[in-house]
Every structure is written in structure tokens, then in C-alpha cells.
Write a protein that binds this ligand. Structure first.
Ligand SMILES: [Ca+2]
Length: 496
């Protein structure tokens, strides 16, 4: 007998004893018959992606999806079982814990409608979407009458439904990770919650006698395409409109291929399924590469040009030694016909390794990049652009500036490359800062020392020389809520 049942029996026995003892001696009450003893009905269930142990499950009494003060909660046991002892008549929400089949943390968020005895990615689709249990069974190619709110899919009794459960989670998880990587959002649980809500509502609009996953395990790519295209702009971030269309197609194909690895698998062995899940849901796995279109900018030679010296990113990762840091050049190669983007943001961050602990962040909020008729990159900084500056040393006053006059040419363009003029920017900061912060600002002029360097450009499809994607990077401005997330170039420089 699994420990789940033992736990339930023990709790039931305890509840029964409490009920018997409620009247003191158990003797009849004066007015004929014992008073009814109200024992709140416990809500029991199992949280399953594989079984999720150590997760927090709560009764979302106010229906806002968040765990609020006063909402009863429980922690799932080693086989995913939960019991909300005080009873609950609202939808349940579960998150955290560990997937016992993979050993990986569970970083999504599941829900289950009132009355469910399981909480799975499938029950999650039912909450707030308008989808009915019968519609969902039909969409999943299940026999009529299949009640996915009551079936423990992970116990080996309904392996077909388990594969479909894993497939749905795989799609939700991949979209969430993709969204997080594009937006720089680090709270995967929140992203997953948003994605599952949008996904389910979109699925509900498709539910009219159609099948999303057929009995043979085929994903309906027309339906998936409609769902992906119905998602908010998460897939379009950092991409031009035409690239976004291609990216949506690539996303649909990649999502369907991943999901079908579960649904078209012929195995009936839970261990083999767990092994596949471990491979596909490894948190270290790269998100889907949806910008892999023919039209993009490629970073020439995968290198930056620092003070006129070419430094490969692979070398920069272990450190490059420079004689100065006055300019940072980024040379791009045109691949196909990359569509222009009217506005990007560019940020530079330097964080000193030891020394004075200096930190400098420079962000230009509006940079227009486009391809001209001659196939050359044009970069312009419009008059409305601003430069945001944050500077810090361990023994000075913080520099905290917004510079609206960009006539000092922070960016120079030559032959499909552009150069950030670091020296110009620092000198501009010096002329704008007040006396109290000037001492700090001066510490960034003719800079020497060893620094982590990061340059990030958003909303432009810049890729490596071989057209593979950069891992997105984020510069979060310390002094404002502004940040730039996009193609990022990082490394270590020692300036002598
Ligand atoms: Ca709540």
C-alpha cells in the first residue's frame, strides 16, 4: 500500500476520534439525540506532474491565484498527497516542491477545481478557462466520461493519459521558459501561471468537437498554431513582425515535436517515461530557439572590438587585457533581410572585480537601427532619447543621472558596426554631475582595473556567427526601474 493511503487512513481515524469525543462522554444530549458534530470535510488529493513532493497546496479562497493570509494550506507528502484539514470549497493552487520522477524542482504552478482529487497540468487548464471536464476529455482524445479531475495518471493505470499530461506540461513549460528568457522575468512560477491561463482560454475557444491531441498522440498543429499566436506578445519580444511570424511557426513545430515525444512514445514503462521527462525538462536545457530565421544580424566573428582590439567573446569569458577602454565596437553582418526596428535600447554595465568595487551602468533608451537601401546598418539616436547613468564606488557618492542632450554622440556607426563611445559618455557625465557625485564620476575616467563587462541590446535579432542564439542578458538599472533584456555580450576585461 502506498504511504498516501496510510496517511489518509491515519488522518481519517484521527478525525473519527475527534468526532466521537466531541460530546464529552458520548452520552445522549438532553433534548433527544446527540448534537450533530460538524467536522469540516477535509480536502484530499494528489499533486501530479510526476508526483510532486514538498509542494505547497493552498485553498485559494479569494480566487486570486496567490497564497494569502488566512487561506489554509498543506505540504505534499513524498508521493504528492495533500490534505487541507480545515476543508475548502474553492479551487486549489499548488507550487514548489520536487518532481519525484525527475528529481528536478517543480517551478510551475498547478491548480485544481473544487471537487478534484488530483491536481495536474490538465486540471489546471480547467480553472478560469471555461473549459469543461467533458470538453477537455474530448480535446485530449479520451473516451467520453473520462474525468481528469479524479484520475491518478502517474500510478501506471492510465499511461495514455499520463503521456498526454506530460505533453501538456511540456508545452506549458517550454512556452514559459521561452517567455522568461525573452522577457528577463525570473519568477518562472508567475510566468507559468500566466501562460497556462492564456493557453487554456485559447484552447477553450477551440473546443468544438475537435481534438487537440488525437488518440494516436498527434498534436493538432493548426490548433496549436492558433493557441501560440493567441498568446500575448511574449513570443514577439525582441523580434520584428515578420521574424515573429516565422518564430511562431518555428515555435509551433518545436512544441509539437517535443510534446509528441511523450504522446507518440510506445513505452508503457514509467521508468522510461521518467527518463524522457528528465531529458526534456532539465532546467539547464536551453529554451526553444524561435528566432532561428534566415533574416537577422550576426555578430561578426563572435567578437567585440574594445579600444580597437578585436576580442572574441569566447576569450572575453576568461578575460582580456586592454590598454584602455574608450570605445566598445559591435560589428554586425547582414544575414538575409533583417527587418528594421524603430526603437531599441542599449545598455553597458561594468562591475569591478575587487578593487574599489566600482559599478557603472549606462543605458540609452532609444536607438533606431535599420537597414538602408545599400544593405548597410544605420543607427540613429533620436532627439527624444535619454541616457541613464548609475555610478558607484565604495568610497564615494552615487552618481545618478539622466542626460537628455545626446548631441555628444554616444554612438558612432561605420560599415554595419556601431561603437559605443565610453569615454565620451563618462566625460558627459562629468559635465552634468554635481560636486557631491563628481568624485565618484571621476573614478570612471581613463578607467583601469579588472571588470565584468556586459553590453545588451534589445528588440533586435542579433545572433552568433553561426546563426545560433545568444543567451539573453539583462542589465537592470540600479537607480531606476528600467532594464534592457536582449542579445547580450559579456566578459571580463582588465584595463591597464
Ligand atoms: Ca488567494
Amino acid at each position: 500500500m502506498p504511504p498516501t493511503n496510510k496517511l489518509f487512513l491515519a488522518l481519517a481515524a484521527s478525525a473519527a476520534l475527534t468526532a466521537c469525543g466531541g460530546g464529552g462522554s458520548g452520552a445522549p444530549e438532553p433534548n433527544g439525540g446527540p448534537l450533530p458534530v460538524v467536522v469540516p470535510t477535509a480536502v484530499r488529493g494528489v499533486m501530479i506532474d510526476g508526483y510532486v513532493s514538498g509542494a505547497t497546496v493552498f485553498c485559494d479562497s479569494n480566487g486570486n491565484g496567490s497564497f494569502d493570509s488566512g487561506e489554509v494550506s498543506a505540504t505534499t507528502d513524498p508521493v504528492g498527497a495533500y490534505e487541507l484539514a480545515a476543508g475548502c470549497s474553492s479551487d486549489l493552487v499548488g507550487s514548489g516542491g520536487t518532481n519525484t520522477d525527475t528529481g528536478f524542482p517543480f517551478d510551475g504552478q498547478l491548480m485544481a477545481p473544487v471537487g478534484s482529487t488530483v491536481m495536474t497540468p490538465l486540471t489546471t487548464l480547467l480553472v478560469g478557462s471555461g473549459l469543461t471536464v467533458a470538453q477537455l476529455a474530448e480535446l485530449l482524445g479520451q473516451p467520453a466520461g473520462t474525468d481528469i479531475t479524479k484520475i491518478d495518471v502517474a500510478n501506471g493505470q492510465n499511461i495514455d493519459l499520463f503521456k498526454k499530461t506530460l505533453a501538456v506540461h511540456q508545452m506549458l513549460d517550454s512556452i514559459s521558459r521561452l517567455s522568461a528568457s525573452k522577457s528577463g522575468e525570473t519568477n518562472l512560477k508567475a510566468v507559468y501561471a500566466r501562460v497556462v491561463s492564456d493557453f487554456a482560454k485559447s484552447l477553450a475557444t477551440q473546443a468544438s468537437g475537435s481534438t487537440f491531441i488525437s488518440a494516436a498522440g498527434d498534436i493538432n498543429s493548426t490548433m496549436l498554431s492558433a493557441i501560440v499566436r493567441g498568446l500575448p506578445d511574449i513570443l514577439r519580444m525582441n523580434l520584428s513582425a515578420s521574424d515573429a511570424e516565422a518564430a511562431a511557426d518555428a515555435t509551433v513545430n518545436a512544441l509539437a515535436a517535443e510534446a509528441q515525444m511523450f504522446t507518440k512514445s510506445t513505452t508503457t514503462d514509467l521508468t522510461a517515461l521518467a527518463s524522457l521527462t528528465r531529458t526534456l525538462q532539465n532546467p539547464a536545457r536551453q529554451p526553444l530557439d524561435v528566432g532561428a530565421t534566415t533574416n537577422h544580424w550576426a555578430l561578426s566573428n563572435d567578437s567585440l572590438t574594445l579600444n580597437g582590439v578585436v576580442a572574441r567573446l569566447s576569450d572575453l569569458s576568461t578575460g582580456a587585457t586592454l590598454s584602455g577602454l574608450d570605445t566598445i565596437g559591435i560589428d554586425l553582418r547582414v544575414v538575409g533581410n533583417p527587418a528594421s526596428e524603430s526603437v531599441s535600447s542599449v545598455a553597458l554595465e561594468l562591475v569591478e572585480r575587487g578593487g574599489e568595487g566600482r559599478k557603472l551602468q549606462l543605458m540609452i533608451d532609444e536607438v533606431s537601427m535599420k537597414l538602408d537601401a545599400q544593405g548597410q546598418l544605420q543607427v540613429a539616436v533620436p532627439p527624444t532619447a535619454k541616457v541613464y547613468v548609475y555610478g558607484y564606488t565604495t568610497n564615494g557618492t552615487e552618481v545618478n543621472l539622466t542626460i537628455a542632450d545626446l548631441s555628444f554622440s554616444p554612438i558612432r556607426v561605420t560599415n554595419n558596426g556601431f561603437t559605443l563611445n565610453y569615454d565620451n559618455m563618462v566625460r558627459k557625465v562629468l559635465t552634468n554631475t554635481d560636486a557631491s557625485a563628481r568624485t565618484t564620476a571621476e573614478r570612471f575616467l581613463a578607467i583601469t582595473g579588472s571588470f565584468d563587462i556586459k553590453v545588451v541590446i534589445d528588440k533586435v535579432n542579433i545572433r552568433k556567427s553561426d546563426s545560433s542564439a545568444f543567451t539573453n542578458q539583462t542589465v537592470r538599472m540600479t537607480n531606476t526601474s528600467k532594464s534592457v533584456t536582449g542579445a547580450g555580450f559579456t566578459g571580463i576585461v582588465t584595463v591597464q
